[in-house]
Design a protein around this ligand. Structure first.
Ligand SMILES: [Zn+2]
Length: 482
């Protein structure tokens, strides 16, 4: 996610002023078929969606560590005039533990019909949860199908960020479109979801809309219009959906990666010039981080004031373009760098819990700063001075980045203080070793979830040096380390 300008971006103005301010296969086996009546389902087809769900200490009310969703198949229809979303969600679920019900996050929509392994079941929606009684046996997969409809409505955002007032999740626009921003959750506003960052899953999303409208989602597009599939795992917060009167612009990225931009004619003409710098941005990121980790990429423009690193398809608020002054354009391109960097840090490698959000934002922010340094040609000492000043202010106002509070989701400390830690590590190792380390971290852990202990152990294994004190101090100290 992108932090809005105030106090975060190392803008030209700040610098000109001299920095004075501001997997194993699933245990499906044919003898464990759930019912004589149900046809045998080969769950091994979705083994790439297998995860190890971890209960989230920061947000225990969201997600269910007893379930591992292997694959979501979403068939959606959106009617702009009546603002009705109707959907059929087919979830292939591996119970991680025995339970008497399937409990998922689901909000503000009405359930019409539910089946579990083709047998009728009841689905009750209350307090942002869908509960379906079912006898679950650990590691014996089940298929849940939910038909539902309604007008989507966003849920609360636990943060003091300037974009927190937008809320989280899918919402209709005044003109009949749809868009969503949903970190740390909000997928539940458009499908029954296990909103646990550690439960990554495969996706097939098909959306029908009336003629003249276009639907866009995360994943690889096609084969038909309105179809998107993710054959590598995706965390629920990294899915996206948007409907508008979009035009699609296609461009070849580095080594043939297809990039698709979904824009509104006229309204987004200006930003298209910056979107078309995506190949250049991705090539620059690849020079430090290794190959772009997905088969396609691109961005959709929406009505938010923020931007999100949704997998294979960034979701970017067009208001970030401002009045398209020279500074606005530079800022918009920094947003692109930040969100593209997240495809490596956050999307390919995802934290196991929200406590380690610095594993996403520290890295994306650091790469954004390096881009700004390259474009604006400021010195390393300027960057150091800026980081230390902001780091000190943020530790005081929001706390250290490794100990985020539940009410302060994705506030500036996890960005800036996380980036400051990485700068220290970069300085200690030198560029060659540091970027080899970053490249290896993603290459060896792509499509998984990781945590602080894994990062510290990886740094030690790869460098032969113990950086645990440096990393832990920068993550936990109430004051900027010396
Ligand atoms: Zn971010």
């Amino acid at each position: 996610m992108f932090r809005s300008l105030a106090g975060v971006a190392l803008t030209a103005t700040v610098l000109c002023a001299g920095c004075t301010d501001t997997p194993a296969p699933p245990a499906a086996n044919p003898s464990a078929a759930p019912s004589d009546a149900a046809p045998a389902v080969d769950y091994t087809a979705w083994s790439a969606g297998r995860s190890t769900p971890v209960a989230d200490k920061l947000y225990p009310e969201h997600g269910n560590a007893g379930l591992d969703v292997l694959r979501y198949d979403l068939k959606l229809d959106w009617q702009p005039t009546t603002k009705q979303l109707s959907g059929t969600a087919t979830l292939r679920i591996r119970p991680a533990a025995a339970a008497g019900a399937i409990t998922l996050d689901f909000a503000n929509l009405t359930v019409d019909k539910v089946t579990v392994d083709d047998r009728p079941a009841t689905g009750t929606v209350a307090e942002e949860k869908l509960t379906v009684p079912a006898e679950l046996v650990a590691d014996r997969p089940v298929t849940l199908v939910v038909d539902y409809h309604g007008t989507p409505k966003q849920v609360k955002f636990p943060s003091h960020r300037s974009d927190a007032k937008e809320g989280l999740g899918l919402r209709p626009t005044a003109t009949g479109g749809l868009w969503t921003m949903q970190e740390p959750w909000g997928a539940m506003t458009w499908y029954p979801a296990n909103e646990l960052v550690s439960d990554k899953a495969l996706y097939d999303i098909k959306v029908t809309v009336p003629a003249g409208w276009a639907a866009v989602a995360s994943g690889t597009p096609g084969p038909a219009e309105g179809e998107f599939s993710s054959s590598v795992p995706v965390a629920a917060y990294l899915t996206t959906l948007a409907v508008d009167r979009y035009t699609k612009v296609t461009q070849a990225g580095p080594h043939g990666v297809q990039l698709n931009y979904w824009v509104l004619p006229k309204a987004d003409d200006k930003v298209l010039t910056s979107l078309k710098k995506s190949p250049q941005i991705l090539t620059w990121l690849e020079s430090m981080l290794g190959a772009y980790p997905f088969e396609t990429g691109g961005a959709l423009l929406n009505g938010s004031v923020s931007a999100m690193e949704t997998q294979q398809m960034l979701s970017i608020g067009r208001s970030l373009a401002g009045k398209w002054s020279k500074d606005d354009q530079a800022y918009f391109e920094e947003v692109l760098v930040h969100e593209y960097a997240h495809q490596w840090f956050g999307d390919a490698v995802t934290p196991s819990t929200w406590t380690d959000l610095w594993l996403n934002e520290g890295f994306a922010q650091y790469l954004q700063f390096l881009w700004e340094q390259k474009v604006q040609k400021f010195s390393d000492a300027d960057l150091e001075r800026f980081l230390r000043k902001r780091d000190a202010e943020l530790r005081k106002s929001v706390g250290p980045p490794g100990r985020p509070k539940a009410a302060n989701f994705a506030e500036s400390n996890v960005y800036i203080c996380g980036a400051a830690m990485l700068k220290e590590l970069n300085d200690a190792l030198g560029d060659k070793k540091f970027f080899a380390l970053m490249t290896a971290w993603v290459a060896e852990h792509r499509d998984t979830n990781q945590d602080r202990a894994a990062f510290i152990a990886f740094v030690q294994k790869n460098t032969g040096k113990d950086f645990s004190k440096l990393i832990n101090t920068w993550l936990d100290s109430p004051k900027t380390p010396a």
